[in-house]
Design a protein around this ligand. Structure first.
Ligand SMILES: *Cc1c(COP(=O)(O)O)cnc(C)c1O
Length: 410
């Protein structure tokens, strides 16, 4: 290995586009819910690569699937199909409302496909003029220009020139404001059943049922973006299963590949028929490597043991966070579902979520934030109890440090 070029964080600033600002430490190895950096320092992982590493790092089921496929066949393009893609699509359609699958490489691409399909469906079925896409303030749907414009954070879509048109935003969990802008011109409503990036905010059951009813009333498609909530994250394979309603299109990515880049759009046969041969595509979408890993992940995740285990771990996380809060009074609310949890900061800690993240990293714990006011937890769905306990002990120390730092400034 002596010929491997040594690199460190300073190299990032010399060779990388500055659109990210990664931490100073560079992880080199992971196993389960533990990660080690270049210096051999250990971290407990409550972030899971932003809700991706649903089976932790280097789970044997994933390693086996990937290495087995790596020795067989890597790539064909969509001029040909492949066995892992067909097996995974069969399992996804058997496990959900959907009859058809389109593969992408990321969440944004799955959403791009969903939005293009909705527009094409509306044009084919209802003719011109039915092109309004409605989405929600603080929603997040990816970073392609269409998806980022549908996302409800103008800061992410401003500054790139003219935006794709026909897109409107209304307040999340506010049915009246949705009703006010919907009409026969509405093509689709895109929504996260639980807003992730926007602050870990669950859509209420009544609101989601109301969204479904309005879509039915105005012949609009309901698109559930389950890129973050999907694949066991909330305790069912998909979050829609707990809402009492069914979307027309569902997008999934992140945990789908457990760390291998893959996304998918799921829909019914009737709607899928409008994405005819040649209308949309991707060179890598549905490639054998991604699909064999995702199939292996699904075989583990879509079992009562793992899904019930998510609920059990949710209870452990919530109890530990409440206990820390009893001592330090830093959270206004601990919310979320399954292992997509957010601790919303109370005064005087509002705006300081990043301070908690940095203090946690110093204590050997990786957490996430969701905006400036929420500390977010999206660990592995199979994180061992001992890692939860030790991680929470580290988090408590981090909280103590932030509290002391804020107090010393008063
Ligand atoms: C992360 C995320 C996306 C974007 O996924 P990428 O793989 O980063 O393109 C889209 N929607 C939601 C809800 C997400 O959380």
């Amino acid at each position: 290995m002596s010929d491997v070029m040594p690199v460190n964080r300073a190299v990032f600033d010399e060779v990388m586009v500055p659109n990210y600002n990664p931490a100073a430490m560079i992880p080199v190895r992971g196993e389960g819910s533990r990660v080690w950096d270049q210096e051999g320092r250990e971290y407990i992982d409550f972030a899971g690569g932003i809700a991706v590493s649903c089976l932790g790092h280097c789970h044997p089921a994933m390693v086996n699937a990937l290495t087995e496929q790596a020795n067989k066949l890597w790539h064909l393009s969509n001029v040909l199909t492949n066995e892992p893609a067909l097996r995974l699509a069969t399992k996804l359609t058997q496990a959900t409302f959907a009859d058809r699958v389109y593969y992408a490489n990321s969440g944004a691409e799955a959403n791009e496909a969903a939005l293009k399909l909705a527009r094409r469906w509306a044009l084919d079925v209802h003719g011109e003029g039915k092109d309004q896409i409605i989405a929600f303030h603080k929603g997040f749907h990816g970073r392609t220009f269409f998806t980022v414009t549908v996302g409800g954070q103008p800061a992410y879509s401003d500054g790139f020139g003219p935006k794709p048109g026909g897109i409107e935003h209304v307040a999340f969990n506010d049915l009246a404001s949705l009703e006010a802008v919907m009409s026969e011109k509405t093509c689709a409503v895109m929504i996260e059943p639980l807003q992730g990036e926007g602050g870990v905010v669950p859509g209420t059951k009544d609101f989601l049922a109301g969204v479904r009813a309005l879509c039915d009333k105005h012949n609009a498609l309901l698109i559930f973006d389950e890129v973050q909530t999907g694949f066991g994250r909330t305790g069912t394979l998909y979050a829609y299963e707990q809402t009492g309603i069914t979307p027309d299109i569902l997008t999934t990515a992140k945990a789908l590949g457990g760390g291998f880049p893959i996304g998918a759009m799921l829909t019914t046969a009737n709607i899928a028929a409008h994405l005819k041969a040649g209308t949309h595509g991707s060179t890598y979408g549905g490639n054998p490597l991604g699909c064999s890993v995702a199939e292996a992940v699904m075989d583990v995740v879509n079992t009562p043991e793992v899904l019930n285990g998510v609920k059990a771990r949710e209870a452990l996380f919530k109890a530990a966070l409440e206990k820390i809060n009893e001592k330090f009074h830093v959270f206004e609310e601990v919310r979320g579902q399954g292992l997509l949890l957010g601790a919303a900061l109370a005064e005087p800690y509002k705006g300081k979520a990043r301070d908690f993240l940095l203090a946690a990293a110093d204590e050997g714990l990786m957490v996430l934030i969701a905006g400036a006011d929420v500390v977010r937890f999206t660990p592995s769905l199979v994180i061992p109890e001992v890692d939860i306990a030790q991680g929470m002990a580290r988090f408590e120390k981090a909280v103590e440090r932030v509290v002391a730092a804020v107090a010393s400034k008063d």
